[in-house]
Design a protein around this ligand. Structure first.
Ligand SMILES: *Cc1c(COP(=O)(O)O)cnc(C)c1O
Length: 398
């Protein structure tokens, strides 16, 4: 099948909830994807902040093959497997967490976190304590609970009624949060760095203030690290790039890059939350399979190395410096941490993304006027320079 035949087939049979550009990816190596016609693309999207180690990583391949050779890809959560236990240990040893619960996606992780927060309140006999405080421009997923905490009418309106009880305060505005928290709030959920909402970085005061608010009302503080976690910011957890270890959440949700491209999510929690969850409270058929957890062990081992994290910081700073040097009149702000960067423009960024396809560069928008760079962590400085050069060329023509 040639490129056009594949696209035709897809358009005939695959539900049209995505508008895809006209190429078909066939292989990848490092930070480069190659399409079925042999054209290469420098990837600053990473499958939406997922492919942390890029394409064709030999360690990931070895971890996959280890499970393939065992013949056991799945046993369900009814039984023990070694990678399942080992990944949980690694996640706890590298974080504030005491216990881990596996799931499959980011939305799945946040929905589980909401259930755990409600379970906590229920066991404490707090009557009517089921509300969740979320924030403007948040993105927590597209299922009924996570969508309810994702305040975008385009996403929400056609699917109402959603899960009730979600309140929205302004991101980075502690006073607006304080106004909306009372004893009925069982959880505060926040992205330490908003991804889809435009690469907005929380202030240290905001995260510290939310911790205090959560403590005051015995609500669970949930950090949604689905996009900003796993080294993306150059700290292992995104919030650490903002407040170090001065603040920790009660629950942290992970997915995207956790297994470098295989589908896995995790809900990491402290003992206070874990103590309130009992057998049968939550479950999943596929979650935490030997395949995904074995690969995640390998990815986490690589990313958690201090030198590796330092390289993410250096590359990210270099990228933002290069973007600033473009001096484009269209660029109004450049923000981010490590290898998550948002470039706010005075124009709709769609043509920048589209022309990137023609010139061999993959970028993605975060809202209409913010161009996002979330490359694999193994991208080289030369490749970043190449990416910025292409962006500069495109911007000059707009
Ligand atoms: C992508 C994302 C989600 C949803 O993850 P899915 O795997 O698409 O369900 C949730 N929260 C944040 C911060 C995300 O970036």
């Amino acid at each position: 099948m040639n490129t056009q035949q594949i696209i035709d087939l897809e358009q005939q049979y695959v539900l049209g909830v995505y508008g895809r550009p006209p190429m078909v990816f066939a292989s990848g190596e490092g930070a480069t994807l190659t399409d079925a016609d042999g054209k290469s693309y420098l990837d600053c999207v990473s499958g939406i902040a997922v492919n942390a180690l890029g394409y064709g990583d030999p360690d990931m391949k070895a971890a996959i093959m280890e499970v393939v050779e065992s013949g056991v890809y799945h046993v369900s959560n009814l039984y023990h497997t070694a990678p399942h236990a080992r990944l949980a240990q690694k996640l706890c040893e590298h974080s504030f967490a005491d216990k881990v619960h596996y799931c499959l996606t980011g939305a799945d992780a946040n929905e589980g976190a909401f259930k755990f927060a409600r379970r906590y309140a229920y066991d404490k006999d707090y009557e009517e304590k089921y509300c969740i405080l979320a924030f403007s421009d948040a993105f927590h997923g597209r299922l009924f609970g996570s969508l309810a905490a994702t305040p975008r009418s385009k996403y929400q309106d056609p699917f109402k009624p959603l899960m009730p009880g979600v309140r929205f305060a302004l991101y980075n505005d502690l006073d607006s949060a304080r106004e909306l928290v009372d004893e009925r709030v069982c959880a505060i959920i926040v992205e330490p760095i908003q991804g889809e909402g435009g690469v907005n970085v929380a202030t240290p005061e905001f995260l510290k203030g939310l911790r205090e608010l959560a403590d005051e009302y015995d609500a669970m503080l949930i950090f949604d690290e689905v996009q900003c976690g796993m080294g993306r910011t150059g700290s292992l957890w995104g919030y650490q790039s903002i407040v170090g270890d001065e603040v920790a959440p009660d629950i942290m949700t992970l997915a995207k890059s956790l297994a470098g491209g295989l589908p896995i999510g995790a809900i990491c929690m402290n003992q206070k939350v874990a103590d309130m969850i009992h057998p049968g409270d939550h479950a999943s058929t596929f979650a935490g399979s030997p395949l995904t957890t074995n690969v995640a062990c390998t990815v986490l081992d690589r990313i958690a190395q201090p030198e590796f994290l330092a390289s993410v910081r250096t590359k990210g700073d270099h990228l933002r410096d290069l973007l600033a040097e473009l001096n484009s009149p269209h660029i109004t702000e450049i923000r981010g941490r490590g290898l998550i960067t948002g470039v706010e423009m005075d124009i709709d960024v769609t043509p920048v993304v589209d022309q990137g396809y023609e010139q061999g560069l993959l970028t993605v928008s975060a809202g209409t006027n913010i161009l996002r760079y979330v490359p694999p962590f193994i991208i080289t400085e030369d490749e970043l320079e190449q990416a910025v050069k292409i962006t500069g060329n495109i911007l000059q023509g707009l």
